[in-house]
Design a protein around this ligand. Structure first.
Ligand SMILES: *Cc1c(COP(=O)(O)O)cnc(C)c1O
Length: 353
């Protein structure tokens, strides 16, 4: 149990009015906790949101020893505030930390830090349909040292950003570019960790996709560039001939919490769910035989993102006439229904703040 010292701001900011975008507006407070070798994590505190002062030699700027998480807080239909499976973010934090030689954080401390900060800034949780308070926990290596080594000091911080509805008028299928040249991650690398370096590696593919009018990139495996991995910040699912199929977690794919939830729900609905290797060739063939019934991405931001078009080299596959599939729609309604308390939470995923 953390003993969190809370210093409230004397100058609360004006809440944003009008349309909320994503990730540009921050709340009044932030959480900070220090780490020093030999001392462990110490001085957990909530302070007014402020800039940091760091040496230009700070390790994270040079060698990217850092990790981050992403989750949301919502205003439930009963007027209470909720988070969705924050224990999973805590667990994944330590998975990322282990890979990046960052010290572990007790899972209950992580969850306590998140829920305490959200409580302090609870009046920043937006209430319009589809909106939420985005929560961004992250850890950076802070030794001022240019040698390549594991840092002995860290900062664990959490910032909050009210964010607008991802879909303004119903689910909107996106076009996805299957990248056949660049790769995002390889087995043995850090694809399974939520860390900035993976995103730095992915920007160039995203640029290519955007330049060609596609919303997102679908990455292939780093060795043969043949098997489907995941989308920029989402996991990917296919409905092929009645079955739900998604790439297995192989070390280079991020283990999404939405992915885990969707698998669970689909199994409960009686679907056969296969976590396995899926080649692009299999998709092209399924498409030609009329068996590629639905494609959708899963992630905290969009929850479910239907895919209407997939491009691979010279092939452009249109999926379900470019419209949102039935299962994609039903999954979106179910996951958001559980999050907001419109539906019974039989899995115990919703956490009251
Ligand atoms: C965060 C993330 C996801 C989605 O994970 P969720 O826990 O469902 O939000 C998928 N892929 C990558 C690369 C990610 O960083």
């Amino acid at each position: 149990m953390l003993d969190i010292r809370i210093t409230k701001t004397e100058h609360p900011k004006e809440k944003p009015s009008g349309k909320l975008g994503f990730g540009k507006v921050f709340t009044d407070h932030m959480f900070i906790m220090n780490y020093e070798e030999g001392k462990g994590w110490f001085d957990p505190r909530i302070e007014p949101f402020h800039n940091l002062s760091l040496s230009p030699a700070t390790m994270v700027f040079h060698y990217a020893q850092e990790m981050f998480e992403g989750l949301k807080a919502y205003k439930g239909v009963d007027g209470n505030n909720y988070c969705f499976r924050p224990d999973m973010n805590a667990r994944r934090t330590n998975l990322s930390n282990k890979r990046l030689c960052i010290p572990q954080i007790p899972e209950e401390d992580f969850v306590q830090a998140v829920t305490t900060l959200v409580s302090v800034d609870a009046d920043w949780i937006p209430t319009e349909p589809g909106t939420s308070l985005y929560i961004r926990p992250f850890i950076i290596a802070t030794d001022a040292f240019l040698g390549v080594a594991v840092s002995k000091t860290y900062l664990f911080m959490i910032i909050l950003s009210p964010s607008g509805a991802y879909y303004e008028s119903g689910l909107d299928p996106v076009g996805i570019w299957i990248e056949d040249d660049y790769v995002r991650a390889v087995r043995g690398g850090m694809g399974f960790a939520k860390t900035g370096g993976n995103y730095a590696a992915s920007l160039i593919g995203q640029e290519k996709a955007h330049n060609d009018g596609y919303a997102q990139v679908l990455w292939l495996d780093g060795v043969e560039r043949k098997y489907i991995e995941e989308v920029g910040s989402m996991n990917i699912f296919f409905k092929i001939d009645g079955k739900i199929v998604t790439p297995m977690l192989n070390g280079s794919i991020l283990p999404g919490i939405t992915r885990d939830s969707v698998i669970r729900i689909c199994k409960d609905w009686g679907f056969e769910v296969e976590e396995r290797k899926i080649s692009v060739d299999e998709l092209l063939e399924a498409q030609q035989n009329g068996k590629l019934e639905e494609v959708f991405g899963t992630g905290t931001a969009a929850v479910i993102s239907p895919v209407g078009k997939l491009r691979y080299k010279d092939d452009v596959m249109t999926i379900g006439d470019g419209k949102t599939g039935e299962i994609s729609h039903k999954l979106y309604e179910t996951v958001t229904g559980i999050q907001l308390g419109k539906l019974e939470d039989k899995y115990g995923w919703r956490v009251k703040i």
